[in-house]
Design a protein around this ligand. Structure first.
Ligand code: GTP
Ligand code: MG
Length: 208
């Protein structure tokens, strides 16, 4: 899929105030600093569309970006950021949780995992929670440029094996990406294109 336009629409902390157009949307979630905002910039080919930082905790709101005038990418704050207070963490969690539970237009979430790291409880718990609540997701391994090809394969195989042993009967759909090298861009955009087509077909057949 070609990206013809990518525009920031709004930021807020209330799912009820998110854009109310019936367009499919894709959310990026994962630990702080894993590369969510960078991935949005890489996919849209816009360097500064989503704000990024070397310091964790940069993204603090639900951010909607409208793509090609007919679907949304959503940048979210990271979970597991140690430097915000416990109270702030709870507030983060509450509105992120509400977003996932209430957002009708959310067709797929991408859970980002730093490809260098071993499976972490916080990510596994989050996947478990998504599964229990029937919220579809795919895994996106990030920062693949930090490993050599053989190590990439080994890390991904180990990670998926861990998921199969501990959490799931079936491995989820996954992507290997690097925002700095643009790895995985075509695959992710093709996937989104296919899900968009399904969404628009279904809404044609079941108009509200
Ligand atoms: P929060 O908004 O704080 O939750 O972080 P985030 O997940 O949005 O991460 P962000 O995109 O801001 O990136 C965090 C850091 O990782 C920045 O220094 C990026 O330059 C770096 N980074 C992101 N993606 C990649 C990548 O693919 N490769 C490399 N080498 N660095 C990356
Ligand atoms: Mg961010």
């Amino acid at each position: 899929m070609k990206i013809k336009s990518a525009d920031f629409v709004m930021s807020n902390s209330d799912v009820a105030k998110c854009p109310n157009e019936p367009l499919p949307e894709y959310a990026f979630i994962g630990r702080s600093n894993v590369g969510k905002s960078s991935l949005i910039n890489m996919l849209t080919d816009k360097k500064n569309l989503a704000k990024t930082s070397g310091r964790p905790g940069k993204t603090q709101l639900i951010n909607h970006f409208k793509i090609n005038e007919n679907w949304f990418l959503v940048d979210l704050p990271g979970y597991g950021y140690a430097r915000v207070s416990k109270k702030d963490k709870k507030t983060f969690q509450k509105y992120i949780t509400n977003y996932f539970l209430q957002r009708q237009q959310l067709v797929c979430s991408f859970i980002l995992i730093d490809i260098r790291h071993k499976p972490q409880p916080i990510d596994l718990e989050f996947m478990q929670w998504m599964g229990e609540n029937g919220i579809p997701f795919a895994i996106v391994f990030t920062k693949a440029d930090k490993l050599k090809p053989l190590a990439i394969q080994r890390h991904v195989t180990d990670y998926l094996q861990h998921l199969l042993n501990e959490v799931w009967e079936e491995a989820p759909q996954y992507f290997i990406t690097s925002s700095s090298k643009k790895t995985g861009r075509d695959e992710l955009l093709d996937y989104i294109d296919a899900v968009n087509l399904e969404y628009f077909d279904a809404s044609r057949n079941n108009p509200i």
